[in-house]
Structures are given as C-alpha cells and as structure tokens.
Design a protein around this ligand. Structure first.
Ligand SMILES: C[S@@+](CC[C@H](N)C(=O)[O-])C[C@H]1O[C@@H](n2cnc3c(N)ncnc32)[C@H](O)[C@@H]1O
Length: 338
C-alpha cells in the first residue's frame, strides 16, 4: 500500500506544471512521505485493495456537465466483473452522485444541489486555475472540469476521499489523455490546506465550501486562504451560519448535529466582519438556505446516520442538541487588486 500511494502521489506531483516555481515540490514530497506514515485507519487497506482491483479499461462515455457525473458504461467491462461490489468497497459515498461503469451511486449528499447554487455565480473558467479546499471526493472538481479550466487542484485530508478521487481521476483525467480531450491538469493534495500553503499564489478561483466551521480559528483560516489567490482572484466561501441580526457566532458546547468538529457558526453579519477583517472584499451573498433532508440523506451507499437522525424528531428546526438546524451561506469574496 505504501508503494502504491507513493507511486500515485509522485505521478500526481510530476504532472503539475511548475514553470513559475509555484509549488514547493521538495516540501510537497516530504509531506507525501509523512502523510503515508501517518495513515492508521485499517479501512485504508480496504480502499487500496479496491483501487488495485479496478480494471484497466477506457470509459466509452464521460459526462461532467450534468448532475450525475458519468464515467463509462457497463459494456466497457469484461463480463463477470462485479463493479458494484468493488465500488461498495469504497463506502461510504458521501459526495456525488456518480455513475461508474453502469453502477449509479446515490450518494448521501446530492451535491449537484450545492453546485446549482454555486455555478451561476462562477466567473468564466476557461483556461483558469482553480483550487477546491476540502474537495471531498472531487465531485465539484469534475463539474468544474466541464468548463475547461487549465488546472484544478483539490486538498482534503480524508483517506476515503483520496481513494474515491484516485478511482474517479484514473478514468476521467489520465495524464496521457490531457491534450486530446482538452481536460485540465488535476491534482489532489491528500492533506489539510495548511500543508500546501507556501508558494502557491497563482489561483484564479478558490472554493472553500463546508470547511470554515471545521476550523478552530476561522480568522486564521480566512487569512491563510489569501495566499492562494492572484490579486483580483476570488473565493467562494460556503459555511454554516446562524440566523441572527447581531454580530455574533454560535460556538457549540460539544457536538453540533452530532459532529464533534464544528466550531464557529457566525451570523451572516459576523461572517462579513470576519472576512473583511481578514482583508477580503465582500462581493456578494450568493445564497442562504437551510440544508434539507432532500439534499443530505441516508442511501444504500452510506450505512450510517444522516441529517434526519441529527435533527430533533419533535422539532426539525433544531438539531438534536437543541441548536438551530443547519443553515448555510454561500458568499463571493475577492482580493483587492493592489
Ligand atoms: C463538510 S465537508 C465539505 C465537502 C465539500 N467541499 C462540499 O461542500 O460538499 C468538509 C471537508 O473538508 C475537509 N477538511 C477538513 N479540514 C480541512 C483542512 N484543514 N483542509 C482541507 N480540507 C479540510 C474534510 O475532510 C471534508 O472532506
């Protein structure tokens, strides 16, 4: 498993153009070695055995511009290969949906609903460089690729999402096929964004959706994100908020909707204050909406609890801890030109 990870990671780093010294390659190489050493989760062995068993075949179809990201068809496979069983080996599938060689994966999140809120607000992406922080399985990276940016990078520390991305990108973005298909260079950093801070000052667009509330220090997070963007670049920030006219934030005593790693949920005006005091220009509020059980729910592809189980059964306007139910804001921020 160690060799497979390092082989994949080295090839991924090698595929990134570094002509302007934008990446600190030696630091990233070290980080890759440290990352592997830190893997302790026994599930990771299962994930890598699935990846090793995936067939070497060319997908006959590829659809990136529809809600269901589609890769290949059942007829691309050697008869008898149980693709469903392989894909079940990478459960839980949280972000999607995907159809992979004829197997439809109804993910916990219908991520296309968030995409549909985001997409109309995106600038023209053709030829641009995009970074998705907290990219999960890479669903939004796939959707972004349809607009033919030059480069899409993702960063996410989860072993599960890394495995899902390796599976998807193997068929969608094989490095040898780049020029023929007009697809972007893609890269996935299997770390927290902190590890890639450094020289990367050359993104046109950064997405940070569903990440701020996982940060112990949201102000530092917002300060850090500035170092990824070119002057004039923009950040699409999506986060949990509370509905309050005051400049305040909720800091849960313990869990929020059963999640242990949720820290600050600001009001919209408090979020604006945070962003502006971190030096961002507050461009626009794109959307504010409640997360519904239509968007996040248990399916056959995740066996654990989902949003419905995290809300108060007597009052779905509250989490089971008694906090306001999940409400999310999506905003566009930019860096002043000077
Ligand atoms: C709630 S999910 C959001 C996923 C996706 N962006 C979306 O909006 O559907 C939060 C993701 O952020 C990742 N994450 C948490 N801390 C992070 C960090 N410091 N840097 C990058 N990703 C992080 C988690 O692993 C997880 O995949």
């Amino acid at each position: 498993m160690k060799m497979e990870f390092l082989t994949w990671y080295t090839a991924m780093l090698d595929s990134l153009p570094n002509s302007r010294g934008c990446f600190d390659i030696p630091a990233l190489q070290d980080a890759g070695h440290r990352r592997y050493e830190a893997i302790e989760n026994p599930n990771t062995i299962r994930f890598w055995s699935v990846l090793a068993a995936m067939p070497d075949c060319l997908p006959s179809v590829m659809v990136l511009d529809q809600a269901m990201v589609r890769i290949g068809a059942a007829t691309d496979l050697t008869p008898g290969l149980d693709m469903r069983a392989l894909l079940q080996g990478l459960m839980p599938w949280r972000k999607g949906p995907f159809s992979i060689f004829g197997v439809d994966i109804d993910t916990e999140w219908r991520s296309h609903m968030k995409w549909d809120r985001l997409a109309p607000a995106l600038p023209p992406l053709y030829g641009k460089r995009i970074l998705d922080i907290g990219c999960g399985s890479g669903y939004y990276m796939c959707r972004l690729a349809a607009a033919q940016p030059a480069m899409i990078l993702g960063a996410d520390p989860s072993d599960l999402f890394l495995a899902q991305w390796i599976l998807l990108s193997r068929y969608l973005f094989p490095t040898s096929a780049l020029s023929q298909k007009g697809l972007p260079v893609t890269g996935f950093f299997p770390f927290g964004y902190e590890t890639i801070l450094g020289k990367v000052h050359f993104m046109d667009v950064v997405l940070a959706m569903g990440v701020l509330y996982h940060q112990r220090s949201p102000l530092h997070f917002l300060l850090d994100l500035k170092s990824f963007l070119k002057p004039g670049g923009c950040l699409f920030l999506e986060t949990l908020i509370i509905d309050s006219p005051e400049d305040v934030a909720l800091f849960p005593r313990d869990r929020y909707a059963q999640m242990r790693n949720v820290y600050f949920l600001p009001s919209l005006s408090c979020l604006k204050n945070l962003c502006m005091r971190a030096g961002w220009r507050w461009d626009t509020v794109i959307d504010v909406s409640l997360t519904t059980v239509q968007e996040q729910r248990r399916t056959d592809w995740i066996k654990t609890d989902s949003l419905m189980d995290f809300l108060d059964p007597k009052d779905p306007a509250k989490t089971i801890e008694g906090y306001p139910a999940p409400l999310r804001a999506l905003v566009r921020l930019s860096l002043p030109e000077s």
